[in-house]
Design a binder for this molecule. Structure first.
Ligand code: HEM
Ligand SMILES: *[C@@H]1O[C@H](CO)[C@@H](O)[C@H](O)[C@H]1NC(C)=O
Ligand SMILES: *[C@@H]1O[C@H](CO)[C@@H](O)[C@H](O)[C@H]1NC(C)=O
Length: 507
């Protein structure tokens, strides 16, 4: 090789080395800086040292409780389920966090990362969903409640049935089906709420989504763009999206055609609410409606089912609550001849309280309010929260704080009913199942707090009314020990495989 060629090659190499150094500086220096900033936040001291990822998977609840005691006035960091670090925020900082815009604290970005939205494409970004639920669905509940009662009636007859003798019931699977049908009435209307494709999506999409998310997380992040879309679990989600588009398309077309008739009364359901507001949000095609619907299904169906199952697992071993609950439900229904109106539901303060107390002991996650920090900011105590970190609020520990919940370790089903003072609206507002504030964080907090909780509360109450009034139920082996929840990391789920024995009550 000629000397000049050598010189040329060596020059090229130098350029490459220099360029890769610049590249490395761009990629790694902010990371180093981020790590340095994160390192300034105090770490959790767990049993005398730094907690491991394994400890988090096995006993996250204990870690959140330990952190809650150690850090009343400061935020701290601890290991997350994937080995990264997450920052935990004490409830006293919530009011100042509430004021921060989405460009600083992002809910969709946190969900994007957790659910691998790039590949799963679950709709977390579309503001139409939350807006339609908040602005249209919740106010419509007053009119929808009688319809929903009917739907609950029918679904329970179909899925639980007559139970003349003690009958084993896989209650989680039955409730998921009941919730999918009843929610369907409000989501997709009478045309589709018993459509098999809709029901399959309602029941299975969430499970498939979680399966896909887990499979994606197994792949090295650099290889994900290539391998993730090819995963069978991810392709399954594409099938669900196509199926949703296909079952919605004829209904959307029929409704649009009917709108030309001046006497046409638009149905009152979420699909119609999406259609009415679609132009403002640029969501117009059946494919787009389908994806928004799947997003709602993900937010709504298994969450509601988990909460209802938790309540029944408690009630199965707390028979002393059944009689007072039945009395309250009967008295409320007597006033309306058996129709469940919004007013009837409001009167069921013991039931509402019991639901809330179960959720206090079994919040769906031991942490909530997951947010990704997009721009660093300083808390009122001077601690700096760097961009790039994920923050969360320790819900379970908050619910166990005796300052907020006197005698917090005691289960008192009617605790919240007793706190409601007749004629004092504020004491009612503070002590409802749907209450969302610094002490009540199961539905999240602030701007993105669950907009579906009013609907969920009504639906759960209607289902419980029927089950409590019309059936006796108990654990399969007759034991009086509550079926333990499955605790993995921050998740706490009732065991979906357990059976309860059901028998029609003697009335
Ligand atoms: C008992 C059942 C439910 C539980 C425990 C629950 C819980 C939650 C939680 C923790 C959040 C995140 C809030 C935050 O981080 O601040 C959320 C958000 C959301 N939920 Fe629910 N949810 C339930 C039922 C429902 C239902 C029935 C619907 C629909 C009708 C729904 C629709 C939504 C939507 C659209 C969001 C996103 C809000 C936004 O982006 O601003 N949820 N939910
Ligand atoms: C979330 O992910 C989607 C799809 O990858 C992307 O379009 C969107 O910009 C992301 N949102 C945020 C807040 O990062
Ligand atoms: C839905 O999931 C259940 C349980 O995982 C499964 O048995 C069933 O075949 C699934 N149905 C459809 C249509 O995917």
């Amino acid at each position: 090789m000629e000397i000049q060629q050598w010189a040329g090659l060596s020059h090229a190499l130098q350029t490459i080395v220099a360029a890769s150094l610049v590249f490395a500086a761009c990629v790694y220096l902010p990371r180093l800086n981020f790590k340095a900033q994160l390192a300034k936040l105090p770490p959790l001291d767990y049993e005398g040292g730094k907690a491991s990822r394994m400890a988090f998977i096995q006993s996250a609840k204990k870690m959140y409780i330990a952190g809650y005691k150690q850090f009343k006035d400061r935020v701290y960091r601890m290991v997350d389920i994937d080995g990264s670090e997450v920052v935990i925020v004490a409830p006293k900082f919530l009011p100042e966090l509430r004021r921060l815009p989405d460009s600083v604290l992002s809910f969709p970005k946190a969900v994007n990362d957790t659910l691998e939205v790039k590949y799963t494409r679950v709709q977390t970004e579309e503001p139409l969903s939350a807006h339609a639920v908040k602005a249209d669905l919740t106010p419509a509940l007053v009119r929808l409640n009688p319809l929903l009662t009917e739907e609950v009636h029918q679904a329970i007859d179909e899925d639980i049935g007559s139970c003349k003798d003690w009958t084993p019931v896989p209650i989680y699977m039955k409730l998921v089906s009941i919730v999918a049908k009843v929610s369907g009435r409000v989501f997709v209307g009478s045309e589709l709420c018993r459509n098999q494709e809709y029901l399959d999506a309602g029941i299975n999409y969430t499970i498939e989504l979680i399966g896909a998310q887990r499979a994606i997380k197994q792949i090295n992040p650099w290889l994900r763009p290539f391998y993730a879309p090819r995963l069978p679990q991810v392709q399954r989600l594409r099938q669900r999206e196509r199926a949703a588009r296909d079952f919605l398309a004829p209904v959307v077309a029929a409704r649009r055609a009917a709108e030309k008739n001046p006497d046409y009364q638009k149905p009152e359901d979420l699909l119609q609410m999406f259609m009415n507001r679609g132009d403002d949000f640029n969501v117009k095609t059946p494919a787009q409606f389908g994806r928004v619907l799947l997003g709602i299904i993900f937010a709504a169906i298994h969450t509601t089912t988990l909460v209802t199952t938790n309540i029944l697992y408690n009630l199965a071993v707390q028979p002393e609550y059944v009689q007072p609950l039945r009395e309250e439900i009967r008295a409320a229904l007597a006033e309306t001849g058996g129709v469940i109106t919004s007013r009837t539901l409001q009167k069921m303060e013991r039931l509402d309280s019991y639901m809330k107390e179960v959720m206090r002991f079994y919040p769906p996650g031991s942490a909530s309010f997951n947010r990704k920090v997009l721009k660093g900011f300083t808390l009122s105590n001077g601690q700096y929260i760097p961009a790039g970190v994920k923050i969360e609020v320790p819900s379970f520990a908050i619910y166990q704080d005796s300052e907020f919940y006197p005698d917090s370790e005691t289960f008192d089903g009617f605790r919240f009913a007793k706190l409601r003072q007749p004629g004092d609206a504020a004491s009612h507002a503070r002590n409802q199942f749907v209450t969302s504030n610094e002490q009540n964080v199961a539905f999240g907090y602030g701007r993105h707090a669950c907009p579906g909780r009013f609907f969920a509360a009504n639906e759960i109450k209607m289902i419980l009314c029927r089950l409590i009034l019309e059936y006796d139920f108990k654990n399969m082996d007759g034991s009086m020990t509550r079926y333990p929840n499955q605790e993995i990391g921050r998740a706490s789920n009732p065991d979906p495989t357990k059976l309860l024995l059901f028998k029609k009550a003697q009335v």
